[in-house]
Structure formats: structure tokens, C-alpha cells
Design a protein around this ligand. Structure first.
Ligand code: COA
Ligand code: MG
Length: 241
């Protein structure tokens, strides 16, 4: 498995328009509908990040990259069932996990929210109890860990929001591994939490046996410049590893 992260920094309108124009039409139309410039930027960076990875890892030319979506909206690379990826974005980060088996990733910026009310209403009793039994100064962090773990699982199985949040619990087993339980049964998914930055929580869920500890940080400017070069057919992506 490989995990990539791009720290987002603002770019000018002209450059953003150029970026949008380099994206295939279905996605471009969706991105152009975003009112917020940052939403546009995050979605565009996600798209060129996964394209750059595919070009480099699978040696497919950009114009031959075709994405499909499952019935719940999870994108996949058409014709390559062993290439699985998932993208998440929040505030200043775009992250992407790539694996040979289904994978889910979620990143969230930690905000001072009424986590107890949310956990009570949306998480299972087991998850709620796990959060409130922690020392009060770490409860918010634990809440975000559960949130991103749950979402990484929902994104790994590809059903997104259509999976009821209370239909499964994420918890630690007796070996302190993070597991998912459905109807009192442990499922075969594995998880990892990453402290990618002080104010963020990130979780990855996989059907493989191991999740890498390593995050490949990709510089936004390098990514954009290399992608433009590539788009003009001159050069190959060379992310910052
Ligand atoms: N399964 C997996 N991945 C999906 C997906 C699905 N069904 N649908 C879309 N995605 C991918 C896309 O690549 C999307 O990026 P794009 O819109 O730029 O193409 C990306 O996931 C978005 O992920 P993220 O940044 O984490 O967005 P989100 O947190 O706003 O939404 C979804 C995640 C897309 C799965 C959303 O439909 C959803 O169900 N969210 C659940 C949120 C929730 O209930 N959270 C409560 C805490 S557990
Ligand atoms: Mg999310």
C-alpha cells in the first residue's frame, strides 16, 4: 500500500482555471460547479494526484485513464481491478491511498464541535462509551479517531453514506488492534490511524494484511508543474518521495 498526501496552498485563479481545463469533462463539470475556490482546488489536486500516480505506477498515458464509479459513487480505475485507490480531502490536505485490495481513507480537520452529542446520536453505544471514558482533554481527538476510522471503513467497502453509522462498531481488540465488529463478529478489515498534522486525524482501512506507516508527501507545486508538463506530453510525473 502507498499513502500520499498533498498540503494545499492557494494558487491564483488563472492557474486554477488551467488546472480545471486539464481534467476530463465529467469531473471538470462537477468541479466547476463548486462555488468555493478551495473546494475546486482540493478536488482538482485529488484528480491530478491520482492521475499522476496511475501514469507512473501503471504506465498508462493520461488520455487512456478512464475512471468508473460504483453505484454508491466510489471511483475506480476501469480495466485494472487490482489497482484500488481512495481519496479524501479536508481543509488543507488531499490524501490518497493506493493498494492491490479495496482501500478506504479519510482525513478530517479537528474542530471544536459538540462531539458528545454527535457521538451519542450517530455512533454506536460501544463507540460512545469508548470516547467518554477517556480523559476529558483527549476525548475530542478520540471522537475524530472513531469518525475517521468509521468513514475509512465505509469508503473501503465503497458504500459511503448508505451504510448506517450504527450498523458497525470500530474498536480495539485484546491485542490493541483496531477492528470492525458487525453483529458481534470481527470482520477482516485492518485499520491504522495517522497523526499527519496537529489539527488533523487520518485513518486508513484495508483488506490487505498490512498498512504502511509511511506517508509520501507530494509537493503541490511539483505535482502541478509535472502534471502540466505531462499534459503537454513532455515529461513524466516525479512526485516528491
Ligand atoms: N465510497 C468510497 N469513496 C467514495 C465514495 C464511496 N461511496 N464516493 C465518493 N468517494 C471518494 C471520491 O473520490 C471523493 O472525492 P471527489 O468528490 O473529489 O471525487 C472522496 O471519496 C471524498 O471523500 P472525503 O473527502 O472523505 O469526503 P466526505 O467525507 O465529505 O464524504 C463520502 C465521504 C464521499 C463517502 C460521502 O458520501 C459519505 O458517505 N460521507 C459520510 C460522512 C459521514 O457520515 N461521516 C460521519 C462520521 S463517521
Ligand atoms: Mg471524509
Amino acid at each position: 500500500m502507498k499513502i500520499y498526501a498533498v498540503k494545499i496552498s492557494d494558487i491564483n485563479e488563472e492557474e486554477l482555471d488551467k488546472l480545471c481545463l486539464s481534467i476530463d469533462s465529467e469531473k471538470r463539470h462537477r468541479i466547476e460547479r463548486f462555488i468555493n475556490k478551495k473546494d475546486k482546488l482540493r478536488a482538482s489536486i485529488g484528480e491530478i494526484l491520482i492521475r499522476s500516480i496511475i501514469i507512473r505506477e501503471l504506465n498508462i498515458e493520461n488520455e487512456y485513464i478512464k475512471f468508473g464509479k460504483n453505484q454508491y459513487g466510489k471511483p475506480y480505475l476501469q480495466g485494472y481491478p487490482d489497482f484500488n485507490f481512495n481519496i479524501s480531502h479536508s481543509e488543507d490536505f488531499v490524501v490518497c491511498a493506493v493498494d492491490s485490495k479495496p482501500v478506504g481513507i479519510d482525513i478530517e480537520a479537528v474542530k471544536r464541535i459538540e462531539y458528545k452529542d454527535i457521538a451519542k446520536n450517530f455512533f454506536t453505544e460501544r463507540e460512545f462509551n469508548y470516547i467518554v471514558k477517556q480523559k476529558s482533554d483527549i476525548q475530542l481527538n478520540k471522537f475524530y479517531e472513531i469518525w475517521t476510522l468509521k468513514e475509512s471503513y465505509m469508503k473501503c467497502i465503497g458504500k459511503g453514506f448508505s451504510t448506517p453509522l450504527k450498523s458497525f462498531s470500530v474498536c480495539m481488540d485484546k491485542y490493541e488492534d483496531i477492528r470492525v465488529i458487525i453483529d458481534k463478529q470481527y470482520e477482516n478489515y485492518i485499520f491504522k490511524i495517522f497523526d499527519i498534522s496537529m489539527d488533523y486525524k487520518m485513518a486508513v482501512c484495508s483488506l490487505n494484511r498490512e498498512i504502511s506507516d509511511n506517508i509520501i508527501i507530494v509537493d503541490q507545486n511539483n505535482l502541478i508543474n509535472n502534471y502540466f508538463d505531462l499534459f503537454q506530453g513532455d515529461e513524466v510525473y516525479n512526485g516528491n518521495q
